[in-house]
Design a protein. Structure first.
Length: 357
């Protein structure tokens, strides 16, 4: 059996590969990054990890809850807070309680790395997925199935000969976001995280020291999509305005000790989609946080898990069909052989006329 190739080692791709591997199917995960994690990315700043991509996750589904419980027991995840601050221009900061938000002491990337333990993961940039009479191929390598765990636009660009028409099913739009990390000698603010309402520049602020649990004086601020869009070609030009907005909102007068800006061209999907994944008759699947009712870390995990389960069911059914076909062929060959021996015995007795029917 040719391996199943999963392209993309974010949490959805790794979740899908885990289900396939646990079912005993050969699976290889391919990712173009030097480290896995996708948008659950952490960057080393101030000799510590800082989450510049996904900021936290919540838990509502029992399947995800079981995984998070195991990760918590291993010290990989930790409950962060159930209360964020709401910042609005001209209004006093107000607390907003909600579900428990989870973080990771070693960064969100460590969650994906833990889930990928035991999987075959290799670095590489995939150019095209194609299909012919023999089946699916990834850059010419045969695959029994292919999973594209990525945003629609990225998946559509990989569709080559025999699959290009599927791009019509991959049209969900994605918004850009810029992530500013800034750090000071000491903490001069008091919040865990903040939703920013009505600001043209910033939409979210996180205290990374609170989230990580080490108390480091590090803030991460995400821009609004509207502010990010014109700065995608040259994101560094946006840094002064984002820093000024961050300091204004939190009343920080002193300049930071350092800053870092990261661009996310496809940060989150717009609109909605109820289907948890795409799976074509040819065996090409697409999953991620662009599938399912809500775009969240949990949603990406569940999308990959559901696609993995659907592939296991299909591939096992196909394998059973092949086994049944082999048994049927063996029986027919045995029957033909038995008839041949019987006919030879009749001829030996000189009763050939009995075979004329």
């Amino acid at each position: 059996m040719d391996p199943i190739i999963v392209v993309g080692a974010g949490i959805s791709g790794v979740a899908c590969a885990r289900v396939l591997a646990e079912a005993g199917l050969p699976v290889t995960v391919v990712d173009r990054g030097r480290r896995i994690g996708g948008r659950m990315a952490s960057r080393q700043l101030m000799e510590r990890p800082v989450d510049t991509g996904a900021q936290y996750f919540t838990v509502t589904d029992d399947r995800f809850a079981r995984v998070v419980a195991d990760l918590e027991a291993a010290g990989i995840t930790r409950p962060w807070t159930d209360t964020f601050t709401v910042l609005s221009s001209g209004a006093a900061p107000t607390p907003k309680q909600g579900p428990v938000r989870w973080g990771a002491p070693a960064g969100m990337r460590s969650v994906v790395e833990a889930l990928a333990s035991g999987l075959e993961v290799r670095e590489g940039a995939v150019e095209a997925v194609t299909a012919d009479a023999e089946g699916l191929r990834v850059d010419g390598t045969p695959a029994s199935a292919v999973v594209l765990a990525m945003p629609d636009g990225q998946a559509a660009r990989l569709l080559g000969e025999g699959l290009s028409s599927l791009a019509a099913d991959l049209t969900r739009e994605w918004e850009p976001v810029l992530a500013l990390t800034a750090w000071w000698p000491t903490r001069v603010w008091d919040l865990d995280g903040a939703f920013v309402n009505g600001d043209a520049t910033l939409a979210w602020i996180a205290d990374d020291g609170s989230r990580r649990g080490d108390g480091a004086p590090v803030l991460v601020a995400h821009s609004t999509p509207a502010f990010a869009a014109p700065h995608v070609p040259e994101p560094q030009a946006a840094l002064p305005a984002m820093l000024a907005a961050l300091q204004r909102m939190l009343g920080i007068s002193s300049p930071p000790s350092g800053t870092h800006l990261q661009r996310w061209s496809m940060a989150r999907p717009t609109g909605s989609r109820d289907e948890p994944f795409l799976l074509t008759p040819a065996g090409l699947g697409v999953c991620g946080d662009g599938w399912g009712p809500v775009s969240k870390v949990e949603g990406a995990f569940l999308s990959g898990t559901a696609l993995g389960g659907a592939l296991v069911t299909r591939l096992e059914a196909e394998a059973q069909h092949r086994r049944d076909a082999r048994i049927r062929d063996d029986l027919l060959r045995a029957q033909a052989a038995d008839q041949g021996e019987e006919h030879a015995f009749v001829r030996q007795l000189g009763f050939e006329e009995l075979l004329e029917d």
